[in-house]
Write a protein that binds this ligand. Structure first.
Ligand SMILES: [Fe+2]
Length: 220
């Protein structure tokens, strides 16, 4: 009979150069972000199915591209938790238990109604990602960098959503955006320009011109 400790009882190890306490605290932040992005992935697919009306096919196809990107973000966060020695939870029961918000409220609805609702969803998830960046910078700069890149992707997606909406020019509803968020911290302001990769920029520029992303997905 082997004297080895069963795998599930072996202590998990974190990365070099970071204390166990910091790794555990970072993983608590990442677990909250994991819950949010799993919910986001499911919500985007729900809207993909239930949107109707003008620009249907453009919105329908765009949302599937967003689902794929958010799915990648889900995977990155879960695997970062593992890398730091934690155990990510992606099961439906845990998602419902850990989240602090209600389900997205719309079923079948127009493109304008869904995109306005999604704009609010993006406000929340981006703000929480930015808060995790600010907090995580003192714990693990590698996780911080991952969250910065993800925030750039989410903010690009929100820009696409807002581009479909009437009354979203800055001079038309500055009051709405002006009161919806806080000013960025100096740290966030410094991090933001470096967070947009060349690849991401090419991806969205191509989508803007052709309606498809750089891999040819989402063609309309
Ligand atoms: Fe589909």
């Amino acid at each position: 009979m082997s004297t080895d400790t069963p795998e599930q009882e072996q202590p998990l190890r974190t990365v070099s150069g970071i204390g166990t306490n910091h790794a555990e605290e970072m993983n608590e932040l990442l677990a909250q972000r994991l819950t949010s992005v799993i919910d986001m992935e499911l919500t985007l697919k729900h809207v993909h199915w239930n949107v109707v009306g003008p620009n249907f096919i453009a919105v329908h196809e765009m949302l599937d591209t967003f689902v794929a990107e958010v799915r990648d973000i889900v995977d990155q966060i879960a695997e970062r938790i593992r890398t730091l020695g934690g155990v990510p939870t992606g099961l439906p029961g845990a998602l419902v238990k850990n989240r602090t918000w209600d389900d997205y409220s719309l079923g079948q609805a127009s493109t304008q109604e869904h995109l306005r609702a999604l704009d609010v969803v993006y406000d929340g998830i981006i703000l929480d990602h930015r808060r995790a960046i600010a907090h995580g910078a003192n714990l693990d700069p590698v996780s911080e960098g991952m969250l910065v890149d993800q925030t750039a992707t989410l903010e690009m997606q929100q820009w696409f959503v807002r581009s479909f909406l009437k009354g979203t020019q800055p001079d038309e509803d500055a009051h709405r955006f002006g009161s919806a968020d806080r000013a960025p911290t100096d740290q966030e302001a410094a991090a933001a320009p470096a967070s947009v990769s060349e690849e991401t920029g090419d991806h969205y520029r191509e989508m803007a011109v052709t309606g498809a992303n750089a891999k040819g997905e989402g063609s309309i």
